[in-house]
Design a protein around this ligand. Structure first.
Ligand code: ATP
Ligand code: MG
Ligand code: MG
Ligand code: MG
Length: 469
């Protein structure tokens, strides 16, 4: 079996052989971009190189980049456990050309690596291209010999990439693998595309324009390449699996979770094991990169991820902190490739344990309230916003945790009502402070209080740091 560690190495070797500089993954907390919550693709660390603001000694690079997609524009949190292909934490393998080679060479590299080095069967691969990109289909035919029927033209923004409202942009071409007719789902662009039969494995971005004010787009003098391939999706293919969670790394974590909880890894708690495995990775890598659980910004995203995992652990009957006991299994799997999690093992373990210990009794009591209130609702009912707010405010249940809990029963939360209850509480808090007399000082203190969180669970704001590229 080709291990995930081998795949990463083979990918980087291939591009190193082809003149690319192997560059380390950047940390999950972007150094150069306060508007971005977490690194969510390989190109993040090269943004300024693509715009020309920063020069490097090389014009081709390749990386295995740690990514988290759990907030902002790319948020896959709600997909975890439910699709075969999404994680909050994953590794993106990529190759980059900074004004060096362009479209034809990028396609040729991808095709050679997939079909020669990794020996994927050609007839299981198909690609999408942006409908206005006349060049990409020509190269896919010329280089890969793909027939028209397997070059799908997509007119939506899914196949047009932008760095931001202005700046570099261009069409993309996504490579899909067909896992076969036994799995439901149709090819991209078809009405059934949301199934898991055709899985996107690699996205090639052709940065060829510079966008100015709306409507103005000029060709870049030296167009660039940015690609991203999901290691876990690719491992699934090479390991003869359909589902990312059945690949070596994640399966090992699921088995560790099964062993500690005593619950069948493939039984009725299948989803919970997956959520625990995924969130353990996200939590560990975030803590190792310096994020600590808190009530706002990045720390709150981490806290939400951990609390969701804790609810799933609790469902599996675990009444003692669980996540921290899984850290050694993760370090065994990924510590060689990412020594930072080895170095941070003690910190991660302690942080997880503390976070779990603090939340445990609130979780139990909150779940009691939730099941009572949910029992009152009819089938597919909607939980009143004010109950969701009470769970949030008194029991520390992030809104998405409550939503996740109700989802399996086909129930939802009145989000507008939740927001209204939150706004009302803030208004009351402000009024109470203003009423104390020293208005000017109070206003200053109120702002500080809001920033640091007045009580443990005040100060929630998804807007504060959810800006995106
Ligand atoms: P999808 O449409 O399946 O959500 P995407 O188009 O959002 O994927 P890209 O932004 O193109 O993904 O990222 C490049 C590659 O990274 C994808 O082709 C995929 O292999 C991988 N990838 C993206 N999101 C995830 C995720 N949440 N978990 C695992 N791999 C992912
Ligand atoms: Mg996506
Ligand atoms: Mg896609
Ligand atoms: Mg894509």
């Amino acid at each position: 079996m080709t291990s995930s560690n081998d795949i990463r190495a083979t990918f980087l070797d291939y591009f190193a052989r082809n003149g690319h500089q192997v560059v380390e993954s950047s940390p999950l907390v972007p150094r150069n971009d306060p508007t971005l919550m977490f690194a969510n693709s390989g190109m993040v660390q090269f943004k300024n190189v693509f715009t020309g603001q920063e020069k490097r000694s090389y014009s081709r690079a390749t990386t295995a980049q740690k990514c988290v997609r759990a907030g902002g524009k790319h948020n896959d949190l709600d997909n975890v456990g439910y699709t075969a292909r999404h994680h909050t934490f994953f590794e993106m393998l990529g190759n980059f050309s900074f004004g060096d080679y362009f479209k034809e060479q990028a396609i040729a590299h991808a095709w050679e690596l997939l079909t020669k080095d990794f020996a994927l069967p050609k007839d299981r691969l198909l690609v999408t291209v942006y409908s206005e990109d006349e060049e990409a289909p020509v190269y896919w035919k010329k280089v890969a010999g793909l027939p028209d029927s397997r070059i799908i033209r997509i007119p939506t923004s899914d196949n047009f990439w932008r760095m931001g409202d202005t700046g570099p942009c261009g069409p993309c071409s996504e490579i899909f693998f067909d896992h076969g007719p036994s799995i439901p789902g149709g090819p991209p662009g078809s009405p059934e595309e949301d199934g898991d039969r055709f899985i996107e494995i690699w996205n090639l971005v052709f940065m060829q324009f510079e966008e100015g004010p709306p409507g103005t787009r000029v060709p870049l003098p030296r167009p660039s390449i940015d690609t991203g391939m999901g290691l876990e999706r690719f491992a699934a293919i090479l390991q003869g699996k359909h589902d990312n969670y059945d690949t070596d790394t994640l399966r090992a974590l699921i088995l560790a979770s099964a062993e500690i909880t005593g619950q069948d890894p493939d039984g009725k708690f299948r989803v919970s094991h997956r959520v625990v495995a995924d969130h353990l990775r996200a939590g560990t890598f975030l803590i190792a990169d310096g994020v600590l659980p808190s009530n706002e910004g990045r720390g709150y995203v981490l806290r939400r991820i951990l609390r969701r995992a804790m609810r799933h652990a609790h469902m599996m009957g675990s009444r003692e902190p669980l996540l921290h006991r899984l850290v050694p299994a993760l370090v065994r799997q990924m510590g060689a490739a990412y020594p930072e999690i080895q170095r941070a093992e003690a910190l991660v373990t302690e942080t997880l344990k503390l976070e779990e210990t603090k939340f445990r009794s609130l979780l139990e009591r909150g779940l009691g309230l939730l099941s009572e209130e949910s029992g009152r609702l009819g089938e597919r009912g909607t939980l009143p916003g004010e109950v969701a707010f009470r769970l949030y405010d008194t029991y520390g249940f992030p809104l998405d945790l409550t939503q996740d809990a109700l989802r399996s029963e086909g129930k939802t939360v009145d989000v507008e009502g939740f927001n209204a209850a939150m706004a009302e509480q803030r208004r009351r808090a402000r009024a109470a402070w203003a009423g104390s007399g020293e208005a000017a000082t109070d206003a200053v203190w109120f702002d500080i209080r809001e920033k640091v969180g007045a009580s443990e669970f005040l100060g929630y704001s998804t807007e504060t740091a959810e800006g995106e590229i």
